[in-house]
Ligand binder design. Structure first.
Ligand SMILES: [Zn+2]
Ligand SMILES: [Zn+2]
Length: 187
């Protein structure tokens, strides 16, 4: 299950698909990025951020060391709709949260009182090194205004445990995480 198809979120997908034949699910609006993991819309230049935010350098270097610059795309994906419960282990409920990418979806796990927010809400922004609940910087976000507006859909899950794509889990509840992210705004 991909929340979205950025290169740092599909790393193992192609290998898992090839080696054990497991299907790779992604929202149709991110299928193009899944094929071309480095071709995605973003509001601001990716190159400026390490200079503007030195705290981001070790985070980005760690991602590069883990192979983030050499990810291969995957074209054999199974599209999923932006709503409903998925018939996969854990039975996640899809929460369409466009903005970071246009096909971004969070995965709500009501039985676990947890929501996988992907990059719709993170607790560490890899592009600024800033910590705490927030949307990802414009270096990797297609539309910050839309991303901020999608926070309402995360809020509606009411989940206690927030599992972001970057940074530590946040156990203070999604309501509080969304309130902080809204106050922090875009960067
Ligand atoms: Zn992302
Ligand atoms: Zn990411």
């Amino acid at each position: 299950m991909l929340t979205h198809a950025h290169f740092d979120h599909i790393g193992a997908a192609k290998r898992l698909h090839r080696d054990i034949g497991c299907p790779v699910h992604v929202h149709p609006d991110d299928a193009y990025i899944a094929r071309h993991p480095y071709r995605y819309a973003h509001e601001r230049s990716r190159l400026l951020y390490p200079a503007m935010y030195p705290r981001a350098v070790p985070v980005l270097a760690g991602m590069a060391a883990a192979g983030a610059l050499w990810v291969r795309g995957i074209s054999d994906v199974v599209p999923y709709e932006g709503t409903g419960t998925l018939d996969v282990p854990g039975r996640p409920v899809v929460v369409e949260t466009p903005g970071h990418t246009f096909g971004h979806c969070a995965l709500n796990l009501p039985n676990a009182d947890a929501v996988i927010t992907g990059d719709a809400l993170v607790t560490l922004d890899p592009y600024t090194g800033a910590e705490g609940p927030r949307i990802v910087a414009g270096a990797a976000t297609a539309n910050s205004e839309q991303a901020l507006s999608s926070l309402g859909r995360l809020d509606a899950t009411g989940a206690r445990i927030v599992l972001p794509g970057h940074g530590a889990p946040f156990t203070g509840g999604i309501h509080s995480a969304v309130a902080i992210a809204r106050t922090t705004g875009a960067s």
